[in-house]
Design a binder for this molecule. Sequence first.
Ligand code: ATP
Length: 235
Amino acid sequence: MASRSPVFTRRTPERLAEADSVVVIGLGRFGKALALELEEAGTEVLGIDADEAIVQSLNGQLTHVVRGDSTQEDVLRQLSVPGFDRVVVGIGTNLEASILTTSNLLKFKNPTIWAKATSDTHGQILEQLGITNIIFPEQDMGRRVAHLVRGALLDYVEFEDNFAMVKTSPPLVSQDRPLGVTEIRRKYGITIVAVKRAGGEWDYTTAQTVLYDDDTIIVAGPTKKTEEFSLLPKS
Ligand code: ATP
Protein backbone atom coordinates (compact mmCIF):
# COMPACT_ATOMS: atom_id res chain seq x y z
CA MET A 1 0.00 0.00 0.00
CA ALA A 2 1.21 3.48 -0.72
CA SER A 3 0.81 4.56 2.92
CA ARG A 4 3.51 2.10 4.03
CA SER A 5 5.93 3.07 1.29
CA PRO A 6 8.70 5.64 1.62
CA VAL A 7 7.49 9.11 0.82
CA PHE A 8 9.64 12.16 0.22
CA THR A 9 7.70 15.32 0.09
CA ARG A 10 7.64 19.06 0.27
CA ARG A 11 3.84 19.21 -0.30
CA THR A 12 1.11 16.62 0.16
CA PRO A 13 -0.46 15.05 -2.95
CA GLU A 14 -3.79 16.72 -2.08
CA ARG A 15 -2.17 20.15 -2.09
CA LEU A 16 -0.29 19.30 -5.29
CA ALA A 17 -3.52 18.30 -7.06
CA GLU A 18 -4.99 21.69 -6.20
CA ALA A 19 -1.86 23.44 -7.48
CA ASP A 20 -2.24 22.20 -11.07
CA SER A 21 0.81 19.97 -10.79
CA VAL A 22 1.64 16.90 -12.89
CA VAL A 23 1.69 13.23 -11.86
CA VAL A 24 4.44 11.16 -13.45
CA ILE A 25 3.92 7.42 -13.04
CA GLY A 26 6.94 5.23 -13.80
CA LEU A 27 10.23 6.96 -13.12
CA GLY A 28 12.48 4.97 -15.46
CA ARG A 29 14.82 6.81 -17.84
CA PHE A 30 11.94 8.54 -19.63
CA GLY A 31 9.76 9.34 -16.61
CA LYS A 32 12.69 10.54 -14.54
CA ALA A 33 13.99 12.89 -17.24
CA LEU A 34 10.48 14.23 -17.79
CA ALA A 35 9.79 14.74 -14.08
CA LEU A 36 13.11 16.50 -13.47
CA GLU A 37 12.60 18.75 -16.49
CA LEU A 38 9.12 19.70 -15.27
CA GLU A 39 10.49 20.59 -11.84
CA GLU A 40 13.33 22.52 -13.45
CA ALA A 41 10.77 24.52 -15.44
CA GLY A 42 8.79 25.30 -12.28
CA THR A 43 5.99 22.68 -12.48
CA GLU A 44 5.58 20.62 -9.34
CA VAL A 45 5.54 16.86 -9.78
CA LEU A 46 4.08 13.94 -7.90
CA GLY A 47 6.28 11.02 -8.94
CA ILE A 48 5.14 7.43 -8.43
CA ASP A 49 7.20 4.30 -8.99
CA ALA A 50 6.99 0.72 -7.76
CA ASP A 51 10.74 0.54 -7.21
CA GLU A 52 11.94 1.74 -3.84
CA ALA A 53 15.51 2.40 -4.98
CA ILE A 54 14.25 4.69 -7.74
CA VAL A 55 12.02 6.54 -5.31
CA GLN A 56 14.91 7.03 -2.91
CA SER A 57 17.23 8.20 -5.68
CA LEU A 58 14.79 11.01 -6.47
CA ASN A 59 14.41 12.02 -2.85
CA GLY A 60 14.45 15.81 -2.64
CA GLN A 61 14.53 16.27 -6.42
CA LEU A 62 10.77 16.07 -6.99
CA THR A 63 8.13 17.90 -4.97
CA HIS A 64 6.68 14.57 -3.88
CA VAL A 65 7.87 11.09 -4.76
CA VAL A 66 6.30 7.90 -3.49
CA ARG A 67 6.56 4.16 -3.97
CA GLY A 68 3.32 2.62 -5.11
CA ASP A 69 1.89 0.14 -7.59
CA SER A 70 -0.08 2.19 -10.09
CA THR A 71 -2.00 -0.86 -11.33
CA GLN A 72 -3.85 -0.73 -8.00
CA GLU A 73 -6.73 1.71 -8.22
CA ASP A 74 -6.85 2.25 -4.44
CA VAL A 75 -3.16 3.20 -4.36
CA LEU A 76 -3.77 5.91 -6.95
CA ARG A 77 -6.85 7.09 -5.06
CA GLN A 78 -4.87 7.32 -1.81
CA LEU A 79 -2.38 9.52 -3.62
CA SER A 80 -5.16 11.84 -4.86
CA VAL A 81 -4.34 11.03 -8.49
CA PRO A 82 -8.01 11.45 -9.59
CA GLY A 83 -7.73 15.13 -8.55
CA PHE A 84 -4.87 15.96 -10.94
CA ASP A 85 -5.51 17.52 -14.35
CA ARG A 86 -2.39 16.12 -15.99
CA VAL A 87 -0.92 12.63 -15.67
CA VAL A 88 1.93 11.05 -17.62
CA VAL A 89 2.45 7.28 -17.71
CA GLY A 90 6.12 6.54 -18.30
CA ILE A 91 5.81 2.78 -17.91
CA GLY A 92 6.76 1.09 -21.18
CA THR A 93 8.42 -2.30 -21.17
CA ASN A 94 5.99 -3.60 -18.58
CA LEU A 95 3.04 -3.60 -20.99
CA GLU A 96 0.55 -5.03 -18.54
CA ALA A 97 1.36 -2.36 -15.94
CA SER A 98 1.09 0.34 -18.61
CA ILE A 99 -2.37 -0.84 -19.70
CA LEU A 100 -3.74 -1.37 -16.19
CA THR A 101 -2.43 1.99 -15.02
CA THR A 102 -3.86 3.77 -18.04
CA SER A 103 -7.23 2.05 -17.56
CA ASN A 104 -7.31 3.29 -13.95
CA LEU A 105 -6.64 6.83 -15.10
CA LEU A 106 -9.35 6.65 -17.76
CA LYS A 107 -11.75 5.64 -14.98
CA PHE A 108 -10.72 8.74 -13.00
CA LYS A 109 -11.35 10.93 -16.07
CA ASN A 110 -8.20 13.00 -15.61
CA PRO A 111 -8.57 15.71 -18.28
CA THR A 112 -5.14 15.15 -19.83
CA ILE A 113 -3.38 11.80 -19.92
CA TRP A 114 -0.10 11.21 -21.72
CA ALA A 115 1.18 7.66 -22.09
CA LYS A 116 4.45 6.29 -23.40
CA ALA A 117 4.41 3.48 -25.97
CA THR A 118 7.40 1.26 -26.65
CA SER A 119 6.05 -0.33 -29.85
CA ASP A 120 3.40 0.26 -32.51
CA THR A 121 1.24 -2.46 -30.95
CA HIS A 122 1.53 -0.81 -27.56
CA GLY A 123 0.55 2.50 -29.16
CA GLN A 124 -2.46 0.89 -30.86
CA ILE A 125 -3.67 -0.59 -27.57
CA LEU A 126 -3.37 2.77 -25.82
CA GLU A 127 -5.22 4.43 -28.69
CA GLN A 128 -8.01 1.85 -28.52
CA LEU A 129 -8.29 2.42 -24.78
CA GLY A 130 -8.94 6.09 -25.57
CA ILE A 131 -5.57 7.77 -24.95
CA THR A 132 -5.06 10.63 -27.39
CA ASN A 133 -1.60 11.78 -26.27
CA ILE A 134 0.70 8.86 -27.05
CA ILE A 135 4.45 9.35 -26.95
CA PHE A 136 6.89 7.16 -28.89
CA PRO A 137 10.21 8.35 -27.43
CA GLU A 138 12.48 6.01 -29.34
CA GLN A 139 10.81 6.42 -32.73
CA ASP A 140 10.57 10.19 -32.28
CA MET A 141 14.22 10.47 -31.28
CA GLY A 142 15.29 8.18 -34.14
CA ARG A 143 13.49 10.37 -36.67
CA ARG A 144 14.90 13.53 -35.13
CA VAL A 145 18.46 12.26 -35.15
CA ALA A 146 18.09 11.12 -38.79
CA HIS A 147 17.45 14.75 -39.75
CA LEU A 148 20.39 15.97 -37.67
CA VAL A 149 22.69 13.37 -39.21
CA ARG A 150 21.48 13.98 -42.79
CA GLY A 151 21.64 17.73 -42.92
CA ALA A 152 23.75 20.49 -41.54
CA LEU A 153 21.24 20.86 -38.74
CA LEU A 154 22.23 21.80 -35.21
CA ASP A 155 18.74 21.14 -33.92
CA TYR A 156 15.42 20.12 -35.36
CA VAL A 157 11.80 20.16 -34.21
CA GLU A 158 9.02 18.81 -36.41
CA PHE A 159 5.44 19.78 -35.66
CA GLU A 160 2.31 18.10 -36.95
CA ASP A 161 1.27 18.65 -40.56
CA ASN A 162 4.78 18.49 -41.92
CA PHE A 163 6.03 21.79 -40.47
CA ALA A 164 9.46 22.13 -38.88
CA MET A 165 11.87 24.54 -37.24
CA VAL A 166 15.58 23.93 -37.63
CA LYS A 167 18.67 25.48 -36.14
CA THR A 168 21.49 25.81 -38.66
CA SER A 169 24.05 28.24 -40.05
CA PRO A 170 23.08 30.64 -42.86
CA PRO A 171 23.55 29.30 -46.41
CA LEU A 172 25.54 31.60 -48.71
CA VAL A 173 22.37 32.77 -50.49
CA SER A 174 21.17 34.36 -47.24
CA GLN A 175 24.44 36.05 -46.25
CA ASP A 176 25.76 39.62 -46.50
CA ARG A 177 22.55 41.28 -47.77
CA PRO A 178 19.39 42.36 -45.94
CA LEU A 179 16.96 39.43 -45.78
CA GLY A 180 14.30 41.49 -47.55
CA VAL A 181 16.60 41.83 -50.55
CA THR A 182 17.51 38.12 -50.68
CA GLU A 183 13.82 37.12 -51.17
CA ILE A 184 14.55 33.90 -49.31
CA ARG A 185 10.90 33.27 -48.45
CA ARG A 186 9.70 33.55 -52.03
CA LYS A 187 12.56 31.55 -53.52
CA TYR A 188 12.89 28.77 -50.94
CA GLY A 189 9.46 28.66 -49.26
CA ILE A 190 10.89 29.06 -45.76
CA THR A 191 11.25 31.89 -43.25
CA ILE A 192 14.33 32.73 -41.22
CA VAL A 193 12.71 33.67 -37.93
CA ALA A 194 15.64 34.29 -35.60
CA VAL A 195 19.38 34.86 -35.54
CA LYS A 196 22.10 34.49 -32.95
CA ARG A 197 25.34 36.36 -33.54
CA ALA A 198 28.59 34.64 -32.53
CA GLY A 199 28.74 35.01 -28.74
CA GLY A 200 25.45 36.92 -28.71
CA GLU A 201 21.80 36.31 -27.84
CA TRP A 202 18.88 35.14 -29.97
CA ASP A 203 16.93 37.91 -31.69
CA TYR A 204 14.05 38.01 -34.18
CA THR A 205 14.98 38.79 -37.77
CA THR A 206 13.47 41.62 -39.82
CA ALA A 207 13.66 42.47 -43.53
CA GLN A 208 16.68 44.62 -42.63
CA THR A 209 18.63 41.85 -40.84
CA VAL A 210 21.91 40.94 -42.53
CA LEU A 211 23.27 37.45 -41.84
CA TYR A 212 26.95 36.48 -41.71
CA ASP A 213 28.66 33.10 -41.97
CA ASP A 214 29.35 32.83 -38.23
CA ASP A 215 25.70 33.42 -37.27
CA THR A 216 23.29 30.71 -36.18
CA ILE A 217 19.72 30.90 -37.47
CA ILE A 218 16.30 29.33 -36.92
CA VAL A 219 14.48 28.41 -40.11
CA ALA A 220 10.74 27.64 -40.11
CA GLY A 221 8.67 26.10 -42.87
CA PRO A 222 7.54 22.85 -44.49
CA THR A 223 9.85 20.07 -43.27
CA LYS A 224 11.34 19.21 -46.66
CA LYS A 225 11.98 22.85 -47.56
CA THR A 226 13.67 23.69 -44.24
CA GLU A 227 15.97 20.74 -44.75
CA GLU A 228 16.71 21.58 -48.40
CA PHE A 229 17.50 25.16 -47.41
CA SER A 230 19.80 24.02 -44.60
CA LEU A 231 21.70 21.80 -47.04
CA LEU A 232 22.55 24.70 -49.41
CA PRO A 233 26.28 25.63 -49.57
CA LYS A 234 27.44 27.68 -46.59
CA SER A 235 30.58 29.16 -48.15
P1 ATP B 1 12.59 3.56 -19.48
O1 ATP B 1 12.99 3.21 -20.87
O2 ATP B 1 11.93 4.89 -19.38
O3 ATP B 1 13.70 3.40 -18.47
P2 ATP B 1 10.84 1.30 -19.74
O4 ATP B 1 10.20 1.67 -21.03
O5 ATP B 1 11.82 0.17 -19.79
O6 ATP B 1 11.47 2.52 -19.00
P3 ATP B 1 9.48 0.06 -17.58
O7 ATP B 1 10.80 -0.47 -17.13
O8 ATP B 1 8.38 -0.88 -17.87
O9 ATP B 1 9.62 0.99 -18.80
O10 ATP B 1 8.95 1.08 -16.47
C1 ATP B 1 9.52 2.31 -16.20
C2 ATP B 1 9.39 2.57 -14.71
O11 ATP B 1 8.06 2.29 -14.29
C3 ATP B 1 10.31 1.69 -13.85
O12 ATP B 1 11.07 2.52 -12.99
C4 ATP B 1 9.36 0.80 -13.10
O13 ATP B 1 9.82 0.55 -11.76
C5 ATP B 1 8.08 1.60 -13.08
N1 ATP B 1 6.91 0.72 -12.99
C6 ATP B 1 6.67 -0.42 -13.67
N2 ATP B 1 5.52 -0.97 -13.30
C7 ATP B 1 5.00 -0.15 -12.36
C8 ATP B 1 3.81 -0.16 -11.58
N3 ATP B 1 2.90 -1.14 -11.67
N4 ATP B 1 3.61 0.87 -10.71
C9 ATP B 1 4.50 1.87 -10.60
N5 ATP B 1 5.63 1.93 -11.29
C10 ATP B 1 5.88 0.93 -12.15
